[in-house]
Design a binder for this molecule. Structure first.
Ligand SMILES: Nc1ncnc2c1ncn2[C@@H]1O[C@H](COP(=O)(O)OP(=O)(O)OP(=O)(O)O)[C@@H](O)[C@H]1O
Ligand SMILES: [Mg+2]
Length: 398
């Protein structure tokens, strides 16, 4: 193909041998007519060993049959194209070593007939890098899946611990409530007993009716108190969230707190506005409100007043609780929600009340704020998104 002695031809030869790809020219009968140095080195032959040999000696045995068919097809429709696109091609060296290759084909016409110029690149290194990359990708995916699983488990664990904490805090309060409520039940109970005793030897039917009404009234009173307490004390339901009427929760919590905490000297004034339902566990809402009212009662020494106001503000339901106590010192305002922050004696408070309130409020996507009212007492405002607002509650609860 080349003419020795022509300086230009010599330069072409040098350039061909220095090319980073293997280059060979194959005749239309599949005989190797030319190879460059790179190709001979790639397959482990000397150049002259390959000349005149069938190209199949460079292919693994099992490809030889298929290759012949390809050659015939290619001869019918010769055009430049990569060989075996979409398939992994392999070459085989003189020592039998197989290695991955990429091959480009270009047909050409010479004086002695049609030939195909094939460029061959050994892609062993590239393949190895690709394989490593692929492995890394898989490892990374596994790692991400594993971490996601761990995070989910941690989130579930956090929820479970919080659930326990809320319940434990409630039980501490129930202890105090029970002793306070004993008194609240005893008083009407004495009235019931006295009226029942009087009934036993009363002959006047009109008087009997009066005693009957009194008994009924006091018994209802007791029943209401017991109902409130047992509703408060019941363990958190595992059920789905419910639509909660915040006005009813405020009334229940205020009633319980006033009865059980002997807030006789304290007037609790509730003004309710229209409050659309919120999505939550009712007993947790009751617990949060109870904690706020209990704090307010505890902050008032002697006579005082607690004002509770509910309202709807756009997509939010708000509850404002304001007391006539001494208020919260500026330096404490940021710390009152911290767990175990308390200014009360060891038997009076653990400093968990407001921490729990905030956990409950935020798990239903609500907010809580505190400041001091102009009159001096503390003012807490909690806000919950209304139930009909899309995604009102956290996914973890739905
Ligand atoms: N209405 C309020 N007026 C004045 N100070 C308050 C009021 N509410 C809370 N505080 C302050 O915030 C602190 C933390 O309240 P929190 O309810 O978390 O704990 P606690 O009442 O001390 O104890 P626990 O609630 O566990 O019985 C209280 O000790 C008190 O100093
Ligand atoms: Mg408290």
């Amino acid at each position: 193909m080349t003419q020795a002695g022509d300086p230009l031809t010599e330069i072409y030869q040098l350039a061909l041998h220095a090319a980073p790809s293997g280059i060979m020219v194959v005749g239309d009968r599949g005989d190797i007519q030319y190879v460059n140095q790179t190709l001979a080195d790639m397959f482990g032959y000397r150049m002259e060993e390959l000349l005149g040999k069938p190209v199949e000696i460079l292919l693994p045995e099992q490809y030889v049959g298929a290759h012949r068919r390809h050659v015939e097809n290619y001869a019918r429709r010769p055009e430049p194209r990569p060989m075996g696109s979409g398939r992994d091609l392999e070459g085989v060296g003189k020592d039998g070593r197989r290695f991955p290759v990429e091959i480009g084909l270009r047909p050409a016409q010479t004086d002695s007939g049609g030939v195909v110029v094939a460029t061959v690149i050994d892609i062993t290194k590239r393949k190895a890098i690709e394989d490593r990359l692929h492995q890394h990708e898989e490892q990374l995916e596994e790692l991400v899946t594993e971490r996601t699983r761990e995070l989910r488990a941690a989130q579930r664990e956090k929820e479970r611990v919080l659930e326990h904490l809320i319940q434990a805090e409630k039980m501490t309060a129930v202890g105090t409530l029970v002793s306070g409520i004993g008194h609240e039940i005893n008083n009407p109970l004495y009235v019931v007993l006295a009226a029942a005793e009087a009934l036993t030897d009363e002959t006047d039917i009109g008087q009997c009716r009066t005693y009957g009404h009194e008994i009924l009234k006091q018994a209802k009173n007791i029943a209401e108190t017991v109902k409130n307490l047992s509703r408060y004390a019941q363990p958190g339901t595992r059920h789905d969230l419910q639509r909660v009427d915040i006005n009813a929760s405020v009334a229940g919590a205020a009633h319980l707190a006033q009865r059980a905490l002997r807030g006789d000297q304290i007037e609790i004034k509730i003004t309710t506005g229209p409050a659309p339902a919120i999505l939550a566990k009712p007993e947790e809402i009751q617990q949060a409100l109870f904690n706020l009212i209990r704090n307010a009662i505890q902050a008032i020494a002697g006579k005082g007043r607690i004002e509770i106001h509910t309202a709807q503000e756009g997509d939010w339901v708000t509850v404002r609780i304001q007391d006539s106590g001494a208020g919260i010192p500026q330096a404490h305002l940021k710390r009152v929600f911290d767990p175990f922050f308390t200014t009360k004696g060891p038997d009076e408070g653990e400093g968990l009340g407001l921490y729990i309130v905030r956990q409950i409020v935020t798990r239903y996507r609500g907010t809580i704020d505190v400041d001091n009212a102009t009159g001096g007492g503390a003012r807490f405002v909690i806000r919950f998104p209304t139930a009909d607002l899309k995604n009102a509650a956290g996914e973890e609860h739905s």
